[in-house]
Design a protein around this ligand. Structure first.
Ligand code: IUR
Length: 283
């Protein structure tokens, strides 16, 4: 406690600004201050910019991810005694990417359990949450007990980000958004994985998109993000793999929220979705 009390945000920002590695305790202190409001928005913005230019080592990324994951509620599936692994797939997003809608029910049919927490679209890409919200009456923000019940009974549930999972990420992301610090691989890694770890998963596959229909068009950047996510997830104790997929063309036959839901249902009913879409889903 005395060590924590002796820390100053400006000293930690200065250290990272000058390119020095941060300790786990310093990273935890920053995340704590982001959540409890004791660190000013200006300081959070400056910290994000220092990370943007200086980067974070894999060890620092693991520390940031773990601290953010523990900043709120962490789901625990053990008490439900599910007879299969708790699994998820996350995509960095791309035009026409409807893999989640097809994959979650398939994994459930194979005996896995998929508590999928999805996001909105970013830039010109569509988010799974936007697609589900095109279904009249679909409740994409149930309370946690309903979410757990549906995962247990149906084997999968896809919902939006809840207020109590990884609150540090919501605060940090809002500031990144207005300080030109979104495009940082260490910060993207911690943002995505903090939410996945808070969901209590046993395993994760990351689908990193590249090409004109993706948030990150350049292949080498997508590859670096995939490497970062897999390394940090494993470092944080979450078994993980990644695939890299080409989004220079729409994945599947349609782009547009309601159309993509229809295409996904059709692919599941017929077992004959568009070839590239089904190849990515199977991978
Ligand atoms: N999605 C996230 O959850 N976090 C990020 O930083 C980005 C996309 I970029």
């Amino acid at each position: 406690r005395s060590i924590v009390a002796a820390m100053l945000p400006q000293e930690i920002i200065r250290k990272k600004r000058d390119g020095a590695p941060l300790g786990e305790d310093e990273i935890r202190f920053m995340v704590q201050g982001i959540v409890d409001g004791t660190i000013a928005k200006a300081q959070i913005g400056a910290f994000a910019m220092a990370v943007f230019f200086r980067g974070l080592s894999m060890a620092e990324r693991v520390a940031l991810t773990n601290a953010m994951a523990k900043s709120g509620r962490v789901l625990n599936w053990k008490p439900l005694a599910l007879p299969g692994p708790v699994l998820d797939k996350h995509s960095s997003g791309g035009v026409g990417d409807k893999v989640s809608l097809i994959l979650a029910p398939i994994v459930a049919a194979c005996g896995g359990y998929v508590p999928m927490i999805s996001g909105r679209g970013l830039g010109h890409t569509g988010g799974t949450l936007d697609k589900l919200d095109s279904i009249p009456g679909y409740n994409s923000r149930p309370d946690i007990p309903s979410f757990e019940r549906v995962v247990k009974e149906a084997g999968c549930a896809i919902i939006g980000q809840t207020a109590d999972l990884a609150p540090a990420d919501r605060r940090l992301y809002a500031i990144r958004d207005v300080t030109a610090t979104v495009e940082s691989i260490p910060l993207i890694t911690a943002s995505i994985l903090s939410k996945k770890i808070a969901a209590g998963l046993d395993g994760l596959v990351m689908d990193v998109k590249f090409g004109s229909g993706a948030f990150m068009p350049v292949y080498e950047h997508a590859e670096a993000l995939a490497q970062s996510i897999v390394t940090v997830a494993r470092g944080a104790g979450l078994p993980s793999n990644a695939v890299l997929t080409d989004m220079n063309e729409v994945l599947g036959r349609t782009a547009g929220n309601a159309l993509e839901v229809l295409e996904s249902i059709e692919a599941l009913r017929s077992g004959q979705g568009e070839e590239r879409l089904m190849t990515v889903t199977r991978a």
